[in-house]
Design a protein around this ligand. Structure first.
Ligand code: F6R
Length: 609
């Protein structure tokens, strides 16, 4: 989703801005731009539809140079992807501004500014902000004051950064609802929507808080809170080696990340090693909170929501703890009735998903006994704002379609089930059984990865199709949902998941010889029921693809293709089967020639509602 990079230095910064944008590319975007103040105090601008490489080409043809600048990758919300709608937006050739988020009252503000003679060149919500800022500057305010009064007019979510030719050394920025971090340099300062963009220039960061406004120049760095009072925010050193993410021998990041799962899963569970209490993996204070837990409310979006759905089965079946799961965009706006002793668990790979963050923030006073986030990004907003934290050890995930982040979330949630379960219905024997299963998990995943060739052969049948049905029962229903989501995201084939028992209540009407049906049928106690459901499908002429335990008694026959999965402990089957479904989607997408790592219209980190 949109990315911001900004710099106030005494050296030329265009290459720093471009490198920052390159580092944010994986998040998904459709246009890019940058503006700098040159040494004659003029604004210089490049905006391009498409990749950052297009911006680089424009920069090679006509270099724009300067020591103060802002840059942006845009993921269209208001107005189509185009060079005109790309940021920065400009007012009066004087002020340039970039924005992440959505300004909800932009129509009202636009009408007000039009009436005052401002002209608009784009269809974006953002352009109102640059004109508002200009209006304040033209009234004689300083850059800081102008930003402070501008944000007072805005409703919605934003991270903003702006420059003004009348203040050529300064960058002003503000955040509410979208992340922004200051990179502290020596005799220079930077700003970005994600610290990753700035690791090229510094390892010292200030994560801005809600409502903060910041003024940067090479020699000054002043932060003001939402009331306008100067504040000192904590400086964080991120000194661990910058994670170098390269494709290596793989054709796509998604494939690489699928293959990284044995390591990532092992690293995630290894956090329990050598600890007296599993509680310690969830941060200081976990024991105190966990002792009081009577129920769990999980809130998440997309793939992370599917992880939550799997966790509900674990928490209720293995730990005997009531659990509700809800998508964040619904949860946040719903009137809710709290249950005593409920722990709020958010799940978010990025830790920045706007709806999930809003759900955490609007949890009512006393509604929950505490909040826990399962995330892959230390220092993300959800991590900073939650009381308890479980960090998955997936390593950076570049592919937009989540793979290793999802399976490591499941490991974290199974560990949570054990930590809570020992206080409820889980016996020490069961805990030992789960521990052994988690220790063996990387090996079962390796065995599944070895089925790549067989899965690739299955994928052929999906290429000419426009639809696919995924079926699962019990804990494997969310896995069917995740399989369907992966297929639709990266191959653009419409795929739906159903609990297999729901088939004859509607979806069976869709089933014919043009509808491939994928069944997640690991061979648990629901096996016989799944088999009957599959008969219903087969007798309507559908081609069946059954992912089943090698001991489940399924055999391939005409129009039934069986993928024999490793025989592994029940509890980890959702994780192991996910890996096979990830490979299926990957091979279908590969053959269809889609952009596997950056599927159209999608973003890695969804920082708007
Ligand atoms: C799908 C996918 C998305 C994310 C969702 C939530 O492959 O990646 O559905 O799971 O946007 O993102 P996080 O987990 O960052 O909150």
């Amino acid at each position: 989703m949109c990315g911001i990079v900004a710099a106030a230095a005494r050296r030329e910064v265009s290459e720093i801005l471009l490198e920052g944008l390159r580092r944010l590319e994986y998040r998904g975007y459709d246009s890019a731009g940058m503006a700098l103040i040159d040494n004659e105090r003029n604004l210089q601008l490049h905006k391009q539809q498409g990749k950052v490489s297009e911006l680089e080409k424009a920069q090679q043809l006509r270099p724009v140079l300067g020591c103060t600048g802002i840059a942006h990758t845009r993921w269209a919300t208001h107005g189509e992807p185009s060079a005109v709608n790309a940021h920065p937006h400009i007012s009066d050739q004087r002020v340039a501004l970039v924005h992440n988020g959505i300004i909800e009252n932009h129509q009202l503000l636009r009408a007000e500014l039009l009436a005052q003679g401002y002209q608009f060149s784009s269809a974006t919500d953002t352009e109102v902000v640059v004109h508002l800022l200009h209006r304040e500057l033209a009234a004689g305010r300083s850059l800081l004051e102008a930003m402070q009064s501008t944000v007072g007019r805005l409703e919605g979510a934003y991270a903003l950064a702006a420059i003004d030719t009348a203040h050529p050394e300064q960058v002003v920025a503000a955040r509410r609802g979208s992340p922004l971090v200051v990179g502290v340099g020596i005799g220079e300062n930077f700003l970005a929507s994600d610290q990753l963009a700035l690791r090229q220039v510094t390892d010292r960061f200030i994560f801005l808080e809600e409502g903060d406004v910041v003024l940067l120049s090479p020699s000054e760095l002043q932060v003001f809170d939402s009331a306008g009072a100067p504040v000192e925010r904590t400086r964080t050193s991120i000194s661990e080696a910058v994670e170098v993410v390269e494709l290596g021998a793989y054709d796509h990041y998604m494939l690489k990340e699928i293959h990284e799962q044995p390591r990532a899963l092992a690293a995630t569970f290894a956090q329990a090693a050598g600890r007296e209490q599993l509680d310690e993996c969830f941060g200081p204070g976990a024991t105190e909170v966990f002792d009081r837990v009577q129920g769990v409310q999980i809130v998440a979006c997309g793939t992370s929501f599917h992880a939550g759905m799997v966790a509900r089965y674990w928490l209720e079946e293995l730990a005997g703890i009531p659990c509700e799961v809800e998508v964040a965009s619904e949860f946040r706006y719903r009137k809710r009735v709290g249950h005593e002793g409920t722990l709020l668990v958010t799940i978010s790979q990025s830790g920045e998903t706007a709806d999930t963050l809003a759900a955490l923030r609007n949890a009512g006073e006393g509604e929950f006994i505490g909040s826990l986030v399962v995330s892959n990004v230390a220092n993300s907003s959800l991590v900073r704002e939650s009381e308890l934290v479980f960090l998955t050890q997936a390593g950076m995930e570049i592919g937009v379609a989540s793979t290793k982040a999802f399976t490591t979330q499941l490991v974290g949630l199974l560990m949570l089930t054990m930590a809570l379960g020992r206080r409820h219905a889980m016996s020490p024997e069961k805990q030992l059984e789960i521990t052994r299963a988690l220790q063996a998990l990387p090996d079962y995943v390796r065995q599944t990865l070895a089925l790549d060739g067989a899965i690739e052969r299955l994928s052929d049948a999906f290429i000419p199709r426009h639809h696919a049905l995924f079926l699962g029962r019990g804990i494997h229903y969310p896995i069917a949902m995740e399989g369907a989501l992966k297929l639709k995201e990266i191959s653009y084939i419409h795929a739906e998941a159903y609990p297999a028992g729901e088939l004859k209540h509607g979806p069976l009407a869709l089933v014919d010889n043009d509808m491939p049906v994928v069944a997640v049928a690991p061979g648990d106690e629901l096996l016989e029921k799944v088999k009957s459901n599959l008969e219903e499908v087969r007798s309507r002429g559908a081609e069946l693809f059954v992912f089943a335990d090698q001991q489940a008694g399924f055999v391939s026959e005409p129009r039934v293709k069986v993928l024999s999965m490793p025989h592994c402990p029940e509890v980890i089957k959702p994780i192991v089967y996910t890996v096979a479904l990830q490979l299926l989607s990957y091979h279908v997408a590969l053959q269809k020639g889609t952009d596997v790592d950056k599927p159209r219209n999608l973003a890695k980190s969804v920082t708007v509602e």
